[in-house]
Structure formats: structure tokens, C-alpha cells
Design a protein around this ligand. Sequence first.
Ligand SMILES: [Cu+2]
Length: 319
Amino acid sequence: MRILTFALALCFASFCFTSCQSTNENAHTTATTTASPPVTQELSVVPRPQTIVDLMKQRGEQDEAKPTLKVLAPANNATINGATVEVKLDLSGDLKGYMPHKDPATGKGNHIHVILDNQPYEAYYELNQPFELRNVAEGKHTLRVFPSRPWHESFKNDSAFQLVTFTVKGGGDASKPTTTNKGETMASPSKSPAASASPTPAREGKDMAKSNAGEIDPAKPLLTYSRPKGEYAGADADPIMIDFWLKNAKLQSEGGDYRVRYTVDGGAPQFIDSWNPIWLAGWMSGKHTVKLELVDKNGQLVDNGGYNATTREINVVKK
Ligand SMILES: [Cu+2]
């Protein structure tokens, strides 16, 4: 009887051991399965995409241009009556064939990045007619402009960048202009139904979000956020370029004290130490934030009216 009890106990213990072990294994497997997703986005800096390298070869010398951009209107320190501000630019200098123009077939081409205050830039293609900033709020504003390539990489010679300050009187929502091109729709001679009937084609322009100028000092270091912006789909979504304009500041690898810090989705900050675009690969579908900041050698933000720390939301649609 005692032997039987012992045997039973042994058997039970053995069963328990095996069963416990298998339970543990199951628990372990389950825990692992639960812990592995979601897959985290790991971005890496990759070389300039081959498609752009090939495009640059086709474009000849123009990517070596040293364009000089001048703001004819609004004049620096001008006061504009009404909510529509006409932007007129003059492009000169060593252009090597560079000229802004939208190819109607592809919808792409060289263009100027036009930035009201610290809003996302607008693309301006045909310089022979003004670009209209519509529904501009009353008060003080800055306008920043610089030439860009079809893939939105900016020209970085000193005379390419211009900044003017102006004031709008009687602007804003209350006096919203009667424009036929509202919201996201860019005025385009080829797309506007009125264009064929009208002797003067519709101007390029955009309804602007409400904003005013930051208290910026144009003589101090200024970082201008340019790209990324908006929606990226398919092949354009990977890699994605970060590009910016720097005024009155040299980065560390160019003999200066400054660094550009970028942060994606609030993650670990990374640094750019030479003034060139970078391409980041590994984006997951969905919305992302990209923050660009100008910092000193101690990692402290170098403020200039709030423009030197800018966060944009982009949307990545991978197929
Ligand atoms: Cu662009």
C-alpha cells in the first residue's frame, strides 16, 4: 500500500512536472507572440536615389546653377491693403539653363518654394505672372523664397534665398477674397474651366492658413524647414528627403558651431552636420511627424522667432 501510494505520488509529481513545464512553454510562446508586434519603424540614411542621380544627368548643368532670386513684391517693409498679397520674383544669376516651369504632362518641374511666416512652402512655377497669397491675416508677416528642383531639393548658394517682411492691413478671414480657386486647389491655366474663356489665365496662388510673422532677426542664424511636406505615396515614399535652408549659420563639418537636429515621431534625435539633403529609408505607412531644429554645439536650441524649431506632419502611403 505504501509502495503504491509512493508510486502514485511519484507519478503525480512527474505528471505535474511535465504539465507545468508544458504550461510554461505555452505561456512563454504566448508571451513572445504578444511582445513581438508591432514592428517598429527603423529609419536609415541612404544615398541619393538612383532615379534622381539619373535625372540629374539628363538635366545637364542646371543643377550646378547659382541662381539669384530677388523679391520684387511685396517690397521689404511694405504695407499691403487687403488680404491678397501678390508675390513677384526676379530670377537671374548663373542659371545654366535652370528655369522654373511645370511640365503639363508630368505636373513636375523646377519651382520656387514660397514660405509665408513659418507655414509649409507653396510651389511657384511660372514667374512671368505673380503668385497670389490669398486670405492673408492682418498683421506682420515674413516671406521666404528659394529655387528648388523637381524633386524639391533647394539651391543653396547665398543669393538663392531671400527674406522680406511686410504688413497686411484689412486682411484675414473677415475680408476673405472672392477667389474662384479656394482650398487646396492651385490655380492652374490648364485645369481651370474658366481659363479657356478668360483672356487672362488664372494665376497661381493659394489660400493661406492664418498666421503672423515670428519675431525674427534676419541677421541671426535662421533655419528654414523645406522638406518633407504633405503626402508621399508609392516609390516616392521610400526614401524620403529632408532638406532645409540655412542662413547665417555654418554646420560643424563646415567649420561652424551649429548642428541641425531632426526627430521623427518624437523618437531619438539625430544630427545633420553638413548642409546637404539626406534621404531616410524605412518609413511605415501612416502619419509621421518630422521636427527640424537648429542647435548649438551644446545641443541648445538657437531660437529665432520660433522658426528654428519646426514640426511638420507627413502622410506616408506605401503600396
Ligand atoms: Cu518643391
